[in-house]
Ligand binder design. Sequence first.
Ligand SMILES: NC(=O)c1ccc[n+]([C@@H]2O[C@H](COP(=O)([O-])OP(=O)(O)OC[C@H]3O[C@@H](n4cnc5c(N)ncnc54)[C@H](OP(=O)(O)O)[C@@H]3O)[C@@H](O)[C@H]2O)c1
Length: 329
Amino acid sequence: MQSSLGSSGRILVIGGTGMMGQHLVKASLAAGHPTAVLVRPASSSAAADPSKLKLLEAIKASGATVIGGDIYDHESLVAAFKQVDVVISAVGHHGPHDLEDGQLRIVAAIKEAGNVRRFVPSEYGCDVEQAARSAAVLEPARSILLAKVRVRDAVRAAGIPHTFICSYWAHGFVLPRLGDPHVDGPPATKATVFGDDATRAIFVHEADMAALTVRAVDDPRALDKILYVRPAANTCSLAHLVHLWGDKTGRALDKYYMPEEELVARIRDSPLPLNFQLAMVHATVVAGVCDQTVDAEAGGVEATDLYQDVNFVTVDDFLDGLKEGITVN
Ligand SMILES: NC(=O)c1ccc[n+]([C@@H]2O[C@H](COP(=O)([O-])OP(=O)(O)OC[C@H]3O[C@@H](n4cnc5c(N)ncnc54)[C@H](OP(=O)(O)O)[C@@H]3O)[C@@H](O)[C@H]2O)c1
């Protein structure tokens, strides 16, 4: 079995300026790893978006190294990978083809570099292999899940040491909207409720996802495994989020329970990424595929067993912070 790298293990995050990637960079630095971020030349040029440049400055000031590169520039990837021990991808996507193509390019470059001791492909959601088995999952979620399954297949076939991370619904992405992808923040008077109180989902804060990913890449017990992050206190229905928010704010929200037919019609009529987000809501509340058990046969391990010392940010904590206008980081 592979030995652990220790805190001197060098970690490269691809997508380190993204929503999930920023947390991975912070977690890697916090664990003491020499940390690098692969950044596209256009994203760090003087012509780049000023907010992106500011973020890059903050990333550098926090101690990470910036390496220029692009997943569509094979040589740049191979050169970057040769400088590190671990590659964590948190690249976003614009649909299944883009997602699969990008991740497979990373796989090809890892094969050529030949030195990478652990790879984490860009997932951070439900267990895609379990979810994709359900015929009830609608497009475009189905194609996106299947693209992530094919990336897993390619990683395994290439014999690349890996860990697949299942960290379910990200707190910051879903809790401020109380599960409704149509809105940006918590409702003041009216809330749309998706599903019933019985069908549950799992919610994990991005900082916890990131801290556990960084622990797992340095842990032989998570080598070639699927790491399921399923904190018991963070398993509830989307409907519960609306009830909890109403209780916390003391406001009686006017609730609209969206019927399944309307949800299906909205998925059909919405553009990406809204249709994908709504299809994942459907996968959660109708197909019921987002409250998963550990698939031990497929190599699943439970993060809450491996890392019993972690105090997860709970849904309750996050909504308390939201009520006070505090972002729980
Ligand atoms: N479970 C959940 O609730 C949840 C929610 C959201 C996302 N996710 C998953 O998390 C993963 C990351 O998504 P995200 O939303 O965090 O992504 P994101 O915010 O869209 O970030 C995209 C990142 O990818 C980088 N990137 C894009 N194209 C690149 C290229 N050609 N070469 C190098 N870097 C490139 C971007 O770099 P630049 O700075 O150069 O633009 C940016 O840092 C995805 O797998 C997604 O499905 C899960």
